[in-house]
Design a protein around this ligand. Sequence first.
Ligand SMILES: C[S@@+](CC[C@H](N)C(=O)[O-])C[C@H]1O[C@@H](n2cnc3c(N)ncnc32)[C@H](O)[C@@H]1O
Ligand code: SF4
Length: 277
Amino acid sequence: MRDDLQAAVAEARVGDRLWLYATYHCNLACVYCLTESSPRIAARRELPAETLLRAAREGRELGFRSVGVTGGEVFMLRDFPETLVELSGILPTIALTNGMLFTERLLARLEPLAELDAALQISLDTADPAHNDRLRGPGNFTAVVDALERLRDRGITVRIATTVEDQTENELADLCQLHRALGISDEDHIVRPVVRRGRADVEGLGVDPEANEILPELTLTADGAFLNPFGPTVRHGRTDLDLLVGRQILPLEVSLSSFLRAVDDLPTGDDVVRNIR
Ligand SMILES: C[S@@+](CC[C@H](N)C(=O)[O-])C[C@H]1O[C@@H](n2cnc3c(N)ncnc32)[C@H](O)[C@@H]1O
Ligand code: SF4
């Protein structure tokens, strides 16, 4: 691992995962979406497959231990299943998805993931289908439960991510019962608050995170390199640049240096509570 990255990881100043924003295009338009993604988004801000793969290869050389791919909805990209399989052969990879697009054909293309260090993290906000679908979109609850079952049947690792705005404690407890019944453990269930950025900010939803609540993790997008995966948000169609660390993303050693310079002044140690992920 590059010495400066190793030192920063050892101090828990930064994480060792490299995040890639593959596209901002999406088939849903969730009420709180931090990237203002939707089927009609004007700028898709895609990163070509070659860029994703090059970033992962260079990341492995520099000492990153895993890759996270997000968007937008990554499965809106035609070749994404094959790209994900290739990425997972380079470094352990997790892809974040809304779980709406898992046809039998797509599942067949994803089958190699069962043999690789790969996981799909699917969003599901509550065990109340009507409430879930108000937050995320019509038909989302049923599609996600179905996708979780069919992916697990194929031996593909699945996780669940829950974004909390106005769910009750009981709803969240019911959701935990549901994911356990589906064979998904508590460790594979992530819960986070809505962060007040992007559409959430426009709609007056969510919380303003403190600077130290989110672990810095180098995040690459078509607009540049950012401090963490909650950085490259979009508000009224424009990318927020407050957490941009540099415009150049590759070679990765360049964006890694910009990133490590940016984290130099941030707090670290026991006072830091990383509770948003
Ligand atoms: C932006 S989405 C991209 C991946 C995929 N489309 C999905 O929804 O899972 C990644 C994760 O961020 C969550 N998310 C979206 N807007 C958020 C916000 N304002 N605050 C916190 N999390 C948010 C989503 O619920 C999802 O779990
Ligand atoms: S949260 Fe995910 S699924 Fe929902 S609009 Fe945003 S990118 Fe699409």
